[in-house]
Write a protein that binds this ligand. Sequence first.
Ligand SMILES: [Zn+2]
Length: 158
Amino acid sequence: MTELARVFDPDELDDDDGPRGRLAVDVPAPWLAEGATVEIVVPAVLACARCEGGGCDGCARSGGLRLTGDAAARTLQLTLPRGASDAVRLQLRLARPLGDDAGLDQLLIEPRSAGAPSPFCRRIEGAAPAGVIATRTYVIGAAVVGLLAIVAALLGAR
Ligand SMILES: [Zn+2]
């Protein structure tokens, strides 16, 4: 199975019992409106997205995840969904965003509108550079499209 197919299967992501982290990211409202591309240095310590700190099998009962690798290894780029607003609580689910050996199977990124960006997040211009990062960005983009469809379906169900 290809990496892309794996990302596209929500059931498989739900069933994946590997480490799953959560990260709230402050971004200025215009970045959301314009669908800016950002670079995020994922903090070395993340909250566990499964148990919200209570301790579970996914985080070895610690409530948090400690990532391996230096800042460069923990850096990812992603394009925010264009036109997102404060009204919708966004959650972007990334599968192995830092590669297979980073100790992170999934990362839930929650962009939220704020006056200033989080210190670990900065806007970058243009497309991602070629190579591994570009591939990841493509996979991330596909996952975002799927999530937007889910968000739209949930809104429609109200
Ligand atoms: Zn946990």
